[in-house]
Design a protein around this ligand. Structure first.
Ligand SMILES: Cc1ncc(COP(=O)(O)O)c(C=O)c1O
Length: 281
């Protein structure tokens, strides 16, 4: 496997960073995850826009987006990734010594890392739907920045696995916000609901695609908060993300949702999503 690190294409085993990298010391960095379908990057412009916003949010000076796009495409080629694959991009505020919280000198080089690897589509789970738990949202107030500081997300996903389910939904102030690595939707009174894109969720690229599919296909939809107590009577619940696409939820905290089976609207959106991906040049 060939990866990209600070201007060089290297075998993965030869890619090393300093232990003084601020990504390692402070989680001082941002990332992106892009799906590659048949060797083509999905909504790459949107991912690059979000990457720029994340960098701006953390005041990391880096604007060489063409470098990232080129590395992503070249790694897909070099690693022969003709089917489903993921491109992972991470940029940190670079290395400085001695360790100090405040930003390093302005001329400090950022660390740029890109890798690409095959993924197995989660078709079996998309067919049956997944069980989830709810968990208190312990994250900071800038969840709209795709920062590598993911400890609450790590703990939430492990809590789910320890509970014998697939994922966890973050709940803050009685509002079900999003999954540990996905956006969250409910179908209530035949309307597809998802949280407005504010500071308390990550503005998902897949979320936007789902809303656009709703719009184009006359499926009623609204961006508004989903309260925890609405989950038990919701017609359907589902998650969206780059790797999950549209993932039905069939159980929350041990309680069955939509009769324990993926709902009609979720199914429709799964089909529309597949058709949309297949239609891309
Ligand atoms: C917290 C969180 N919310 C939502 C998403 C979904 O975003 P996207 O559709 O861009 O993958 C992710 C993806 O990793 C995430 O980590």
């Amino acid at each position: 496997m060939i990866v990209y690190l600070n201007g060089k294409y290297l075998p993965r085993e030869q890619a090393w960073i300093s232990p003084e990298d601020r990504g390692f010391l402070f989680a001082d960095g941002v990332y992106e995850v892009i799906h590659s379908y048949r060797g083509k990057l999905f909504h790459v412009d949107e991912h690059m826009r979000r990457l720029k916003n994340s960098l701006a949010g953390l005041k990391i000076s880096y604007s060489n987006i063409p470098e990232i796009r080129e590395a992503a495409l070249r790694l897909i080629q070099e690693n022969g990734l003709k089917e489903d694959a993921t491109v992972y991009i991470q940029i940190t505020r670079g290395t400085n010594f001695p360790r100090k919280h405040a930003f390093p000198p302005a001329n400090t080089a950022v660390t740029v890392y890109v890798m690409a690897y095959p993924i197995t589509p989660r078709d079996p789970e998309r067919e049956t739907g997944i069980p989830v738990i709810t968990t208190p949202d312990l994250r900071w107030a800038r969840c709209d920045i795709k920062s590598v500081a993911l400890l609450p997300n790590v703990l939430a996903q492990q809590q789910a696995i320890d509970a014998g389910v697939t994922d966890a939904i973050f709940v803050r102030d009685s509002v079900a916000l999003e999954g540990s690595a996905s956006n969250f939707f409910a179908v209530i009174d035949n309307v597809v609901l998802t949280h407005p894109k504010t500071n308390v969720i990550l503005p998902g690229i897949t979320l936007d695609v789902v809303l656009e599919l709703c719009r184009k296909n006359n499926i009623p939809h609204l961006e508004k908060p989903i309260y925890l107590n609405q989950l038990w009577t919701a017609q359907e619940l589902f998650l969206s993300s780059t790797t999950m696409e549209v993932m039905p939820i069939v159980q929350v905290d041990g309680r069955s949702i939509s009769g324990g089976k993926p709902g009609k609207v979720t199914r429709k959106l799964q089909t529309l999503f597949k058709e949309y991906v297949a239609s891309l040049p």
